[in-house]
Design a protein around this ligand. Structure first.
Ligand code: KIV
Length: 286
């Protein structure tokens, strides 16, 4: 399906009523209403599985850590985001699809950001892009939105600034830090972001930001008062090993399940239990 067709046609799923494509206007209209359900996705099969359940699918630059084994998101490239963005829009029927602009692809100038965003939108068919930053990115957010590119903002713990922040630390602990996060949220919202990811922010501050900005806040390690919640899909499914951040709730233990299944496969192969007659093409078999 072409990107254009995806924007206008309802979801086709046998036996289920068609679901209308979620637009950025729909997302914006959810301020103070039913919480927005948002997840990351990086592949077509996962996008297909998640799409019926979520309002928004984010192709996060967390792909660098979840899929490529990087320590941070700083090594993620625009080519990687385009490839994973394409995969996800192929699998998404109705959810609003947002692709992260990676580190170095937008911070230089609004013009550089527009070139990167235009490439991402044109080559993936996504609806919007996400970029990190508040006051320093306000001019860029308004440059993009005025030229037809919807922007999802991202304030608080901004992983692309990990070296500047001194690690993946919760933001807003002292008065000065809280004031900085508050000012960033105000600036990104006023510049035209259709919603804001609020990541790794002390709960009372995330709640206060949700009350003060006019657009929906989407929390991760933030507050239950946010207008929506997002998690990294690999964290939710239990793919990331024993150590997990406090803000993650694991709804499954698929990492352990993969180990169990692969262990049985290995035993079967070594014992010549696999393949059996059902899995081979014997002479004369149909
Ligand atoms: O890259 C990502 O997955 C994100 C989410 C954690 C919000 O930015």
């Amino acid at each position: 399906m072409s990107a254009d067709a995806r924007q206008t046609s309802p979801q086709k799923s046998p036996g289920k009523p068609p679901r209308k494509t979620v637009t950025v206007r729909d997302i914006r209209a959810r301020k103070g209403a039913t919480p927005l359900v948002c997840l990351t996705a990086y592949s077509t099969p996962m996008a297909r599985l998640l799409d019926p359940h979520v309002d928004l699918l984010l192709v996060g630059d967390s792909v660098g850590m979840t899929v490529y084994g990087m320590e941070t998101t700083l090594g993620v490239t625009l080519d990687m985001m385009v490839a994973h963005g394409r995969a996800v829009t192929r699998g998404a029927q109705a959810a609003c699809t947002v692709v992260d602009l990676p580190f170095g692809s937008y911070q230089e100038s609004p013009e550089q950001a527009f070139r990167s965003a235009a490439r991402v939108v044109a080559e993936t068919g996504c609806t919007a892009v996400k970029l990190e930053g508040g006051r320093e990115m306000a001019a860029t957010i308004s440059f993009l939105t005025q030229r037809g590119v919807p922007v999802l903002g991202h304030v608080g713990l901004t992983p692309q600034a990990v070296n500047q922040l001194g690690g993946f630390r919760t933001q807003g602990r002292g008065a000065a830090e809280a004031e900085r996060v508050r000012a960033d949220a105000d600036a990104a919202a006023e510049a035209g972001a259709f919603a804001l990811v609020v990541e790794g922010v002390m709960e009372p501050l995330a709640r206060e930001i949700t009350e003060r900005v006019a657009v929906p806040t989407i929390g991760i390690g933030a507050s239950a008062s946010c207008d929506g919640q997002i998690l990294v899909i690999d964290d939710l499914l239990g793919f990331q090993g024993e150590v997990q951040p406090r803000f993650v709730k694991r709804y499954a233990e698929l990492g352990a399940e993969v180990e169990r299944a692969v262990g049985i496969f290995a035993e079967d192969v070594r014992a010549r239990r696999f393949p059996d007659e059902r899995h081979v093409f014997a002479q004369g078999a149909k």
